[in-house]
Design a protein around this ligand. Structure first.
Ligand code: GLC
Ligand code: CA
Length: 528
């Protein structure tokens, strides 16, 4: 394996918090969240104990895909404020002990990006992938004077940047090699973009569709080579910065050069299984083939933690000390933690698991108060990907308090980016702050416990004692964790827990070699 500089020390202690900027806090009453809104709520994040925020794309964009269609990588979208506002956010965050990561959309641009505007009229330009008239499936007819068609990376308006093909073929001239001029220029641009933001005090990037760069790339060999090159460059120029991939295969992405990779809901068949979205829109199972297994965090108790544990073990043993696996509660592409088979009652157990498993936790904004996934919303900025896959449900405005628009915005309700959860008992930060038995307080205590207990972090050992209901494991030979996310009580045998001191526990009894957990019970004990 290529040797990289070890990840910056701060990463092992990272507790990520993902902010979808459209929906977090609107400071100027236009109905859309913005930088100043985030800055105004840094106290909340610091109080909660998260220390690394990542923002979905906040760059100039026509917003056909919520900003994942970038039209200028070096400037921010005016609707979020100015570059100075972002600089102030980063600065203030630093004062609160919080680092900020941006989203690097590496594989494609918007069709409005000047690079593409130039390419569509210039047959000599190879920054994108162009095929002649009568080109293969999947290509999109040229919108300019250049004949032929271009290859999109996701939506049709997101032309794939040309990083070359893993396999070239003389009869298919669009399969260019990875070292030609276009790919070299694109790699140089990635460095330029990173350099720009890191120079302004950002701490790294979540990298969008990181596996997508080189096309027809068996084993992702050439794509990995690009990230390896970028990591070496980063190690030399910005050694304190991190790259976190949206790849979903840490055993491939971390050896390639990423410091961490998400265990996502759409990776291999066992990926992200413990928390994964069995339901993506709250209306039905998205795709049986995609999601063939029951979720462990299912109140009916049909799942098992085993597929997750095995997948994690496989990835973690490949990684060793070389990088990390990040475990998100959910994200802007998948249903929230509080959705479908995962009811509000289970959320404490889900957080007790997420914050004590040897991964880097990533909390999606609002999951810390158990915001609900809202099914059936109208599509917004590319949120609808199919009849049964609507991402809008996990992108609704943050619920701050009991005021108008839940404190998210002073705009008229019909001008909000997306509608709020209409239920009268929707959870809010203010209500949960006032109640120390709330989920919010629990999440805060769990983060603090983790911060003060190195054995609970990503480096400590884990011994699985019972991979079922309840799920029981020991961290660092000293901390027993019991999690029962089903409605029914559950118990198992374990000698050695007697006399354990509860650090955080609800509904767990340890007696005569038996651990009993009430429905939705959870506990963390320091063993005698
Ligand atoms: C990633 C993003 C998703 C976006 C897609 C295309 O999967 O998370 O939101 O639509 O890439 O950029
Ligand atoms: Ca605003």
């Amino acid at each position: 394996m290529t040797s990289f500089r070890p990840a910056p020390a701060w990463l092992a202690d990272a507790v990520f918090y993902q902010i979808y900027p459209q929906s977090f806090a609107d400071s100027n009453g236009d109905g859309i969240g913005d930088f100043d809104g985030i800055t105004a709520h840094l106290d909340h994040l610091a109080w909660l104990g998260v220390n690394t925020v990542w923002l979905n794309p906040c760059f100039v964009s026509p917003f056909g895909d919520a900003g994942y269609d970038v039209a200028d990588y070096l400037d921010v979208a005016p609707r979020y404020g100015s570059s100075d506002d972002l600089a102030r956010l980063v600065d203030e965050a630093g004062r609160h002990g919080i680092r900020v990561l941006l989203d690097l959309v590496a594989g494609h641009t918007s069709d409005q990006h000047p690079w593409f505007r130039a390419a569509m009229d210039d047959p000599a330009d190879d920054r994108y992938i162009w095929a002649p008239e009568g080109s293969p499936d999947g290509f999109v007819p040229s919108p300019g004077t250049r004949p032929g068609a271009y290859l999109p990376n996701f939506f049709a308006f997101q032309p794939a940047l040309n990083f070359g093909y893993g396999r070239t073929h003389p009869a298919e001239p669009w399969r260019g090699p990875v070292d030609s001029e276009g790919p070299r220029a694109n790699r140089a641009e990635l460095r330029r973009v990173m350099d720009h933001w890191l120079g302004l005090g950002l701490s790294g990037f979540r990298v969008d569709m990181a596996a997508s760069l080189v096309k027809d790339d068996p084993g992702k060999k050439e794509t990995a080579a690009i990230w390896t090159e970028l990591r070496h460059w980063l190690d030399g120029t910005h050694p304190d910065a991190v790259l976190l991939s949206e790849w979903g295969e840490p055993e491939v992405s971390v050896p390639a050069g990423f410091h961490a990779d998400f265990f996502l809901q759409f990776g291999g068949p066992t990926d992200g299984l413990a928390l994964r979205s069995l339901w993506s829109n709250g209306e039905g199972t998205v795709n049986e083939a995609w999601d063939p297994l029951d979720c462990f965090f299912d109140a009916e108790g049909r799942g098992s933690p085993r597929p997750f544990v095995e997948a994690w073990r496989g990835a973690a043993s490949t990684l060793g000390e070389d990088g990390f696996i990040a475990l998100p509660t959910s994200n802007h592409d998948f249903s929230r933690l509080n959705c479908g088979p995962r009811t509000a009652g289970q959320l404490p157990a889900a957080f007790a698991f997420q914050l004590t498993w040897p991964t880097l936790p990533a909390i999606y904004y609002g999951d810390e108060i158990g915001m609900r996934h809202l099914p059936g919303l109208p599509g917004k900025e590319g949120s609808v990907l199919g009849p049964r896959y609507n991402r809008a449900g996990s992108r609704t405005p943050m619920q701050w308090d009991a005021g108008p628009n839940a404190g998210f915005s002073t705009a008229p309700a019909d001008r909000l980016y997306l509608p709020l959860d209409p239920s009268p008992d929707r959870p809010t930060v203010a209500a949960q702050l006032a109640d120390d038995t709330s989920l919010l307080h629990l999440v805060r205590r769990l983060i603090a416990l983790r911060a003060g207990t190195p054995e609970l972090g990503p480096g400590g050992s884990v011994e699985v004692v019972h991979a079922g209901y309840p799920f029981v494991y020991v961290r660092g030979g000293r901390y027993l964790v019991v999690v029962n996310p089903r409605r029914e009580q559950a118990s198992c045998r374990y000698d050695g827990a007697e006399g354990g001191r509860p650090l955080e526990a609800t509904g767990i009894r340890i007696d005569a070699g038996t651990i009993s957990a009430r429905g939705f019970g959870y506990g963390i004990f320091e063993l005698a």
